[in-house]
Ligand binder design. Structure first.
Ligand SMILES: CCC(=O)SCCNC(=O)CCNC(=O)[C@H](O)C(C)(C)COP(=O)(O)OP(=O)(O)OC[C@H]1O[C@@H](n2cnc3c(N)ncnc32)[C@H](O)[C@@H]1OP(=O)(O)O
Ligand SMILES: O=CC(=O)O
Ligand SMILES: [Mg+2]
Length: 359
C-alpha cells in the first residue's frame, strides 16, 4: 500500500504545487486515440479530430522510433499549443500523453519539457510498464516539483499501464499510490511478453485457447463444438476490481488487428460489460467502434429508466416484465443512467437519442 499516512495523502508533494484532487472526475473517455506526434500525416489530422473523440494521446513510447523521440516530444508541445479545444480545463477533447518508460533515456526530458511547456493543457500522463507503487511515487513527486515551478493551478493526473506480471501482482498498491491516479489500462502486448504467454497477437483472443465439447456418444473422432476463450478475462476483472476499490477508471488497451473490426468490437464490448469505461484506439477506424460500444444502448437506457421509475423510493422489490427488480438491480440501472447523463453532456447526438427514449 501507499507509504503515505492518511493525513498526508492529499497534501501537495512540493511547496506551491496544486492541491491533489479528492475525487477523479468521471470525464467521458470512451476512446483514447493514439497518435505519433512526429508523423506529419497523423499530426495533420489532429485538429479535425478534436470534438470527435474523447481523448487524443500523443504517444512518446513504444511505436515511436528511437530516432524520432525528440521530434515526437517537440511535436506534442506544438500540437498542444496550437490546437484549439484540445486539453486543459476548457478542452472539448482531453489531451493525454504516454511518456517513455521510467528506465529509458528519454523519460526525464519528457517530463521536464512537457510540464513547463504544456502542463496547463495536459490532462493525464500515461506511465508505461509500472511495476509497483514506487514507480507512481517517483512520478508523483517529480510532477509536483515541476507543477510548482511552472505555477500550474491544476494537478496533472496519472494513468498506469498494467503490462508486467509484477504490475498485475501489485495492482492494488498501484491504484492507491497517489491521489493523481486516474486509471489503468490493460497492456496485453508487453504483458504477454513479460509473462511468457505464447500469443503473438496484440490483444484479443487466440484460437488455441479454447474449451471443447465432450465427445458425443463417446466418439472422440466425431464433430465437437469448440468455444474460443478470452485470454484477458482474469487480468481485466482484477484491474476492474482494483480500480473500483480506489475510485479510479479501468480501460481495455490496444487491439492490434486493425482490419478485424468485428473482433475489436467484441473485445471492447466484453471490457465494457465487465466495467471498463473505454479503450485505446490505434487507428481512426477504431474511434467509432469505441464510441458506440462504450455508450449505453437505447434499449439499456430505456430498461434502466423503467426500473428507476418502477422502484419509487428505491427500496423493496417489484416485478417488471416478469423479472424481479430491487434495491441492488436499481443500483445496476443507475450505473447506466448516470453514464448516459455524462455522455449526453458532451455529445449532442447522444443527448438527442437518450432524450427521445419513450418508456
Ligand atoms: C502494442 C503495444 C502498444 O503500445 S499499442 C500503442 C502504440 N501504437 C500506436 O500508437 C500505433 C498507432 N497507429 C499507427 O501507427 C498506424 O495506425 C498503423 C497501425 C501503423 C497503420 O498506419 P497506416 O498503415 O498509415 O494506416 P492507413 O493507411 O489505414 O491510414 C489511413 C490514414 O490515417 C492516418 N492514420 C493512421 N493511423 C492514425 C492514427 N493513429 N491517428 C491519426 N491518423 C492516423 C494515416 O497516416 C493515413 O493518412 P493519409 O490518408 O495517408 O493522409
Ligand atoms: O502498451 C501496451 C501493450 O499492450 O504493451
Ligand atoms: Mg506496452
Amino acid at each position: 500500500m501507499s507509504h503515505k499516512s492518511p493525513k498526508d495523502f492529499f497534501a501537495p508533494l512540493a511547496v506551491g504545487a496544486p492541491a491533489p484532487l479528492r475525487e477523479i472526475p468521471a470525464r467521458p473517455s470512451r476512446a483514447i486515440h493514439f497518435f505519433d506526434p512526429s508523423n506529419p500525416k497523423m499530426v495533420d489530422k489532429i485538429p479535425q479530430m478534436v470534438g470527435t473523440v474523447d481523448v487524443l494521446l500523443g504517444n512518446l513510447e513504444d511505436a515511436i522510433k528511437a530516432d524520432n523521440k525528440v521530434a515526437a516530444r517537440e511535436g506534442l508541445v506544438r500540437i498542444a499549443q496550437e490546437t484549439p479545444g484540445l486539453g486543459g480545463a476548457s478542452g472539448t477533447t482531453q489531451l493525454w500523453t504516454r511518456i517513455n518508460s521510467l528506465d529509458s533515456p528519454w523519460v526525464l526530458d519528457d517530463l521536464t519539457t512537457l510540464v513547463p511547456a504544456i502542463g496547463d493543457r495536459l490532462d493525464v500522463i500515461m506511465v508505461p510498464k509500472v511495476q509497483g507503487a514506487e514507480d507512481i511515487h517517483y512520478v508523483d513527486r517529480l510532477l509536483a516539483q515541476l507543477e510548482a515551478k511552472a505555477g500550474l493551478t491544476r494537478p496533472i493526473l496519472v494513468h498506469a499501464i498494467l503490462e508486467t506480471a509484477r504490475g498485475v501482482a501489485n495492482v492494488e498498491e498501484i491504484c492507491g499510490a497517489s491521489p493523481r491516479m486516474q486509471g489503468l489500462s490493460l497492456g496485453p502486448a508487453d504483458l504477454a511478453a513479460d509473462r511468457k504467454m505464447k500469443t503473438t497477437r496484440v490483444g484479443g483472443g487466440h484460437p488455441g485457447y479454447l474449451v471443447r465439447e465432450d465427445p458425443r456418444d463417446g466418439d472422440v473422432t466425431g464433430p465437437r463444438a469448440i468455444f474460443q476463450q478470452d485470454l484477458w478475462h482474469y487480468t481485466i476483472a482484477k484491474m476492474v476490481d482494483a480500480c473500483a476499490t480506489h475510485g479510479i477508471y479501468p480501460y481495455y488497451g490496444p487491439f492490434g488487428d486493425i482490419a478485424d473490426v468485428v473482433a475489436a468490437e467484441d473485445q471492447f464490448r466484453n471490457a465494457f460489460l465487465l466495467g471498463c469505461v473505454g479503450t485505446w484506439s490505434l487507428h481512426p477506424k477504431q474511434i467509432e467502434i469505441a464510441n458506440r460500444v462504450f455508450s449505453p444502448s437505447v434499449e439499456d437506457i430505456r430498461h434502466a429508466r423503467r426500473v428507476v421509475a418502477a422502484m419509487g423510493d428505491g427500496t423493496g422489490a417489484v416485478m417488471l416484465d416478469g423479472k424481479m427488480e430491487d434495491d441492488a438491480s436499481l443500483k445496476q440501472c443507475l450505473v447506466l443512467v448516470e453514464l448516459a447523463e455524462e455522455l449526453a453532456a458532451i455529445d449532442p447526438s447522444l443527448k438527442a437519442l437518450y432524450d427521445g427514449i419513450e418508456l
